[in-house]
Structures are given as structure tokens and as C-alpha cells.
Ligand binder design. Structure first.
Ligand code: NAD
Ligand code: IPM
Ligand code: MN
Length: 370
């Protein structure tokens, strides 16, 4: 079997608590399946600002580019939140995504029966939800120029720009269609075409891409209405593709279908595939550094552990290993094992205890299948 190099970037707040747990899970997988994972840890975000004065050093970005995959926790926190600060922790993440050219951010939202109790929504509404949001990640309003603030006539002004080229839209919509082809073949493209010209271009290009996929049914929904449809009829969606910021917002909303943002993983992929077949990517929970619970050892590690599973699947092609993690998580949840964010009755487990349960199930499962 191969050796895989994994850059490990815990970042700030609960990132420092959940990432080491996902690494423990990966070590268990290495042990069971005989793989060799080499972990190289780096400081990013606020931690790197404190240590080096920058949220991501060039040399560390370079190491991440060389790595087979990057496992990321979270960036940010009140300590670095001064709105006038020149350097911000969150820049690390934006530079990584851009620097690694990871234009497609996959955010799967799957509600298994074991999670029905955790969702604030009615069980019959969320039972069976299985959708993937494909969020454009290296363009749109996060990266368009100009983006700046200035003073003029005694007034403060600021601007951000929502820009897309047709190629940026085409490649991410193709990714969404490719994913839909192995699923229910339905793509929902979300935009604001009634107001924004970038969205009218988005809709035009998305429609052209859909013509390359005759089997795919594509629908277009305006983003404001979409926030409603996600709550009203989440089961009607298969693959959702959308602009960077729309995808950011819709996925925090979609997390509530599962009951906690601490359950939602993500994978960010680009076009690059190495000669050895490895497809480099960035794997991170969709949640942030959760300053309100950081340092208490109670954060839910599941989103990060499931992100590690996505790494095994998408970057390394290790499907059995990936699903053994997913099955263990699912079993833990169905037995009512839960951290404070999702616990119903019974005792809330700590971050570490929750991971221990998952690791035990991974070992148990490997014994019963070999
Ligand atoms: P957040 O996702 O950090 O927290 C939102 C709420 O969800 C909080 O109540 C938090 O306690 C809870 N939560 C989040 N993850 C959890 C987990 N694993 N287990 C249990 N509960 C969890 O969002 P926020 O509060 O808006 O942002 C806090 C900081 O994180 C900000 O500085 C923001 O910029 C940053 N942020 C970073 C990322 C990232 O690095 N990918 C993502 C989002 C926000
Ligand atoms: C996310 C986060 C990031 C984003 C921030 C921290 C830059 O909210 O990964 O969802 O907006 O993309
Ligand atoms: Mn977000």
C-alpha cells in the first residue's frame, strides 16, 4: 500500500480539539488496513498570526500544495476580530482554497434515522434527506476585485465585487453534474438572476452545461426562495450548485436538517490529479472555531471525523476505509452516543469520549468483516 502525506492544520478554538481526534481516527484506519499516513502539523489562522504575524506562511502554503491532502480545523476568534486589523485569521483559509485551486466545495447533508431526534425539524420532514451542496469556492464575492474600504467626503465607504467568468461557472457546474450522475440525476442551480448580472451569466452557463448531460434534470431557484425550500421540502433536493457566498449561507442552514453544525463535513477539490492517482484536496468541518465552547473539551468531533472519511474517499480512493468510518459514526449516533450539541437523554460525551466510541466501532466492524 501507498504512503500518504497529510498536512494537519488545527487552527483556532475548537479546531485544536477536533482535529487531533480525526487524526486518531486516521491512525486507527492506518493500523487496521496497513496504510502509512504521515502527518505534518502547521500553524494557521490566529495561532499563526500570534506566532509569525501572518495567518499562513508562504512556506506552509507550499507544503500544503505538496501534500496529498490537507486536514483543516477552523480559523478565527474574538482575539483577532478587530475590524480594522490588516491581517485576519480567516484569510488563511481563503488563501489555501485559492492557492490550491480548490474550486468545488462538496458539503453532503445526509440525515440517517439515528439523527432524527437531533433535528429541530419534524422527523417526517427530514427523514431520508440526502443532498449535496456544491459550493463554488475560489470566485464570486469572496475574491472579486475591487474589495476595499476608503474614506471620501468625510464618509467611510467599502466595496466587494461579485465577479465570475464563464469558465469558473462551467467547471463547478460540471462537477455538480458529474456528482449527480452517480446519484439521483437532479441538479438545482441557485442564483439571484432577477437582480444580479453575475447570476444571469451563472444561469445561462449552467443551462448550457446541463445540455451536455441529457439525463440530468436541472432546475433554477432564486436564493431567497431556496432558503425556504430547504426547510419546506429538503427531500426534493439531490445536488445543489451555487455561488460561493450563497453556498456558505445555505449550508449552515442545511446543517439544521441534521440537528447540529458539528455533524457536517466538507471536501474541497480542484482539477488536479497526481500521477499516482491521488487527487489532492482540503477537508474541513463546515463549522467555525466556536469560541463559546472552545477549551472545554465538549465540541462535537463528528464533522471533522467525517471530513477525514471524505479525504480517504475523494483524495485517496479508499472507499472501504471511508465507509468504515461513516458506519461507525452512524452506529454511535444510533446508539444515542452524543456530545452536548445533540444529546437528548443520557449523558453528553466529551470530544474525546465520542471519538473513542467511534474508534471502538471501527475496530469492532473490522473484526466482524475479516
Ligand atoms: P461557529 O460555527 O464557530 O459556531 C456557531 C455555533 O455552533 C456556536 O454556538 C458553536 O458553539 C456551535 N458549534 C460549532 N461547531 C460545533 C461543534 N463541532 N460542536 C458543537 N457545537 C458547535 O460560527 P461563528 O460563531 O459564527 O464563528 C466563530 C468564529 O469562527 C469566527 O471567527 C468565524 O470567522 C470563524 N469561522 C471559521 C470557519 C472556518 O474556519 N472554516 C467557519 C465558520 C466560522
Ligand atoms: C466556511 C466559513 C468560511 C467561509 C470563513 C471562515 C472564511 O464560514 O468555511 O463556511 O465563509 O467560507
Ligand atoms: Mn460558513
Amino acid at each position: 500500500s501507498k504512503a500518504y502525506n497529510i498536512a494537519v492544520l488545527p487552527g483556532d478554538g475548537i479546531g485544536q480539539e477536533v482535529v487531533p481526534e480525526a487524526v486518531r481516527v486516521l491512525k486507527a484506519i492506518a493500523d487496521i488496513y496497513g496504510h502509512s499516513f504521515q502527518f505534518e502539523e502547521m500553524l494557521v489562522g490566529g495561532a499563526a498570526i500570534d506566532a509569525y504575524g501572518t495567518p499562513l506562511r508562504d512556506e506552509d502554503l507550499e507544503k500544503c500544495k505538496q501534500a496529498d491532502a490537507v486536514l483543516f480545523g477552523a480559523n478565527g476568534g474574538p482575539k483577532w476580530d478587530n475590524p480594522k486589523a490588516e491581517v485576519r485569521p480567516e484569510q488563511a483559509l481563503l488563501w489555501l482554497r485559492k492557492g490550491l485551486e480548490l474550486f468545488a466545495n462538496l458539503r453532503p447533508v445526509k440525515v440517517t434515522d439515528s439523527m432524527l431526534d437531533a433535528s429541530p425539524l419534524k422527523p417526517e420532514l427530514v427523514k431520508g434527506v440526502d443532498l449535496v451542496v456544491v459550493r463554488e469556492l475560489t470566485g464570486g464575492i469572496y475574491f472579486g476585485q475591487p474589495s476595499k474600504r476608503w474614506e471620501e467626503n468625510g464618509q467611510r465607504h467599502a466595496v466587494d465585487t461579485l465577479y465570475y467568468s464563464e469558465e469558473e461557472i462551467r467547471r463547478v457546474v460540471r462537477t455538480a453534474c458529474d456528482i449527480a450522475m452517480s446519484r439521483r440525476k437532479k441538479v438545482t442551480s441557485v442564483d439571484k438572476a432577477n437582480v444580479l448580472s453575475s447570476s444571469r451569466l451563472w444561469r445561462e452557463v449552467a443551462t448550457e452545461v446541463a445540455q451536455e448531460y441529457p439525463e440530468i434534470e436541472m432546475e433554477h431557484i432564486l436564493v431567497d426562495a431556496m432558503t425556504m425550500h430547504i426547510m419546506r421540502a429538503p427531500k426534493s433536493f439531490d445536488v445543489i450548485v451555487t455561488e460561493n457566498m450563497f453556498g456558505d449561507i445555505l449550508t449552515d442552514e442545511a446543517a439544521m436538517l441534521t440537528g447540529s453544525i458539528g455533524l457536517l463535513p466538507s471536501a474541497s477539490l480542484g482539477a488536479r490529479v497526481k500521477e499516482n492517482g491521488i487527487r489532492p484536496g482540503l477537508y474541513e468541518p463546515i463549522h467555525g472555531s466556536a469560541p463559546d465552547i472552545a477549551g472545554k473539551g465538549i465540541a462535537n468531533p463528528t464533522a471533522t471525523i467525517l471530513s477525514a472519511a471524505l479525504m480517504l474517499r475523494y483524495s485517496f480512493g479508499l472507499e472501504n476505509e471511508a465507509s468504515s468510518i461513516e458506519q461507525a459514526v452512524s452506529k454511535a449516533l444510533s446508539e444515542g452516543k452524543a456530545t452536548a450539541d445533540i444529546v437528548r437523554d443520557g449523558k453528553a460525551l466529551s470530544t474525546r469520549e465520542m471519538t473513542d466510541v467511534i474508534i471502538n466501532y471501527i475496530y469492532e466492524n473490522s473484526k466482524s468483516t475479516t
